[in-house]
Design a protein around this ligand. Structure first.
Ligand SMILES: [Zn+2]
Ligand SMILES: [Zn+2]
Length: 240
């Protein structure tokens, strides 16, 4: 359920995973270009990004859109017909309101689904990479590929003096201090990866040290099948 406001304009959209359009189906080439820019920006240290222009939040627009979102949630819970893979657009200035329906894009990247999620109780983010990969290999064979949906960093490189340094963690944890080259002061750039591999880190390195958070679900690809592996050993941290 998506809500968006821009001063006096607002929009509510509901996407139900039933084979209709999804959120990503509605993204245009221009939207992807903006997303790519943001992605490029995320390679820069978080705290050195330029401040984004401010957009005022209008309490009346936020109230109306928030209220409509709650109404749509209640309809879904009670099985009452409402917005379904469609949106409602409100212009709070001239009060032109209309409904938008979306077409499913067969080329959309958003339709991949896990056919199954395996709950691995004996594994958590504190499990060493080697032990985890060994279990994957034992259960699914040597062709199994494990990927994180997060961007993980293994190294940061300096374009100024050409040096590089091992750095381990999720991209979002990279701050400007680590990104600044200690030799020449230039901004260094991270080398990111998604696929985990045996021997991809020194012995004993845990999944958490690679940047995998607690109770995460890792993607498992084997023979054209896509499944999930949940680090269920972390569940007690969240459920007393
Ligand atoms: Zn889609
Ligand atoms: Zn340098």
């Amino acid at each position: 359920m998506d809500g968006a406001i821009d001063v006096l304009t607002g929009m509510v959209r509901v996407f139900v995973p039933d084979g209709g359009a999804c959120y990503e189906c509605t993204l245009s080439a221009a939207d992807w270009a903006i997303l790519d820019q943001r992605r490029a920006c995320s390679l820069l240290p978080r705290d050195s990004r330029p401040a984004e222009p401010h957009v005022p939040t209008t309490p009346t627009t936020a109230s109306v859109i928030g209220g409509l979102q709650c109404g749509e949630a209640v309809k879904l819970l009670h099985g009452i017909e409402g917005l379904r893979n469609a949106g409602f657009h409100m212009d709070g200035q001239g009060f032109d309101c209309y409904k938008v329906t979306y077409r499913r894009d067969p080329e959309c990247y958003g339709h991949d689904r896990f056919e199954d999620v395996h709950e691995w109780e004996a594994f958590s983010c504190e499990t060493p990479l080697e032990a985890f990969m060994e279990e994957v290999r034992t259960r699914f064979g040597p062709e199994a590929v494990i990927e994180s949906v997060r961007e993980l960093v293994r190294e940061i490189r300096c374009p100024g003096c050409g040096t590089s340094e091992g750095w381990r963690g999720a991209l979002e944890a990279l701050d400007s201090e680590s990104a600044t080259c200690p030799s020449c002061g230039a901004t260094r750039y991270p080398e990111v990866y998604h696929a985990l591999s045996r021997g991809g880190a020194p012995a004993g390195t845990t999944l958490r040290e690679l940047g995998i958070p607690p109770w995460d679900i890792l993607q498992l690809k084997v023979g054209g099948r896509l499944m999930g592996i949940e680090l269920s050993g972390d569940r007690p941290r969240f459920h007393a």
